[in-house]
Design a protein around this ligand. Structure first.
Ligand code: F6P
Length: 407
């Protein structure tokens, strides 16, 4: 059916675009108002995605808003107008997110106080009501697996959603690469370069603990980029003797130092992950905070090799600050594609890259078997996080280079 409002709404600038023609022919939705949410941990490239969505929206005569502090903003009905010559100006190179993020906000299982006690309630209906009242035709959810799990759950409550895969960990299912990952790998690689010279000067073992709760992408790729001797990842529970063997072999070859990169989620083959803190209620999206495996590995290696070992935990520098050129371009591609999908009415999808080309998949596929509304995400057996597989090129490259993977 022809869209009778469309002609008057289209500005001169967009009258001849592909979407304008589709709208005039009634082949697509005429969306007017959209909003962005940045949820979960922050990540380099979030602002670049926001900028790209806003600019593409403006090109097509669509108003763009940003919810403040992720899903919390939906509940609190807290949003601001985003304009390329206003609040969304100067964003391309900026780290963090100008609209704020909230971690572990699951509105389907949200802590509220009742009679002085903390109880968990499904607050999603209130959030949906807020979105409908505000008149948003589509919500863009910029986030990792937890965020996209909630996004899919909101689609079942009737919202139009398009997800954009964010996380430095690069572990969102069905997405070839998440924005922020390249920056994190670059930071880890620079750290490895710096550790090399001090390790060599002091004849030490250096362990570098990087992020990656369930997937070892950052550790593996930075180990290759930074010339590390071992990469210990969650997907391969490690045998300490194999790492010792590698260090001793290097010693025999006259190399008196060794560099080991380890993911925070790595564990020994006969042990468990190293937990820094268990969050008291245990009911958040991710109820454990990891950390400490780098220290543990350094201690164990010192004992077993007789060499001096030191650990560096890279922490939040991996996800703070300015995105690399690669991430700026990737974020911009993702942002423009997300808005294109909205203009085409292809809701309830996640923007992806497939064989290097922009594409999309249903959010339903992204949550895998974790179908239950409001269920926890992250590290449950049913979540479909993208882990390193043993036939991945990076694994083959590492093995060919004799980088020890702890097995
Ligand atoms: O962004 C993902 C991640 O970097 C994980 O690797 C890490 O465990 C987590 O965020 C920590 O984030 P926060 O302390 O903000 O919960």
């Amino acid at each position: 059916m022809k869209n009778k409002f469309a002609k008057t709404q289209l500005s001169e600038k967009v009258k001849n675009t592909k979407f304008a023609k589709q709208i005039l022919k009634g082949e697509t939705n005429m969306i007017k108002k959209v909003a962005i949410i940045t949820n979960g941990g922050d990540c380099p490239g979030l602002n670049a995605v926001i900028r790209a969505i806003v600019k593409t929206a403006e090109t097509h005569g669509v108003e763009c808003y940003g919810y403040i502090e992720g899903y919390k903003g939906l509940l609190e009905n807290n949003y601001i107008k985003l304009e390329s010559n206003g609040s969304a100006s100067g964003l391309l190179h900026r780290g963090g997110t100008v609209i704020g993020a909230s971690n572990s906000t699951n509105l389907f299982n949200y802590p509220v106080e009742e009679n002085g006690e903390k109880v968990y309630k499904d607050m999603s209906y209130k959030a949906v009501e807020n979105v409908k009242e505000a008149g948003f035709d589509c919500i863009f959810t910029l986030g990792g697996d937890g965020t996209q799990k909630s996004a899919r759950d909101f689609t079942l409550r009737g919202l139009n959603i398009i997800g954009v895969p964010k996380t430095i960990d690069n572990d969102v299912a069905h997405s070839e690469i998440t924005f922020g990952y390249n920056t994190a790998v670059s930071v880890a690689t620079e750290a490895l370069d710096r550790l090399h010279s001090t390790a060599e000067s002091h004849h030490r073992i250096m362990t570098l603990e990087v992020m990656g709760r369930y997937a070892g992408w950052i550790a593996l790729e930075s180990a290759i980029a930074g010339g590390a001797d071992a990469a210990i990842i969650p997907e391969i529970p490690y045998d300490i003797d194999k790492i010792v063997e590698k260090i001793n072999k290097r010693k025999e070859e006259g190399k008196k130092f060794s560099i080991i990169v380890v993911s925070e989620g790595a564990k020994p083959k006969d042990g468990d992950i190293t937990v820094k803190k268990t969050l008291d209620d245990g009911k958040g999206l991710d109820n454990i905070r990891l950390g400490g495996i780098g220290e543990k590995l350094a201690r164990d290696l010192e004992e077993l090799t007789g060499m001096v070992a030191r650990n560096t935990t890279l922490g939040y520098v991996q996800r703070g600050g300015t995105p690399t050129a690669f991430d700026r371009v990737l974020s911009t591609k993702y942002g423009t594609k997300a808005m294109e999908l909205a203009l085409e009415g292809k809701f309830n999808t996640l923007v992806t890259l497939k064989n290097g080309k922009l594409d999309s998949v249903p959010l339903e596929d992204v949550v895998g078997n974790n179908k239950e509304i409001g269920a926890r995400s992250g590290g449950t057996e049913s979540t479909s996080i993208k882990r390193v597989t043993m036939d991945d090129d990076l694994v083959k490259v590492a093995r060919n280079l004799d980088i020890c993977l702890g097995d």
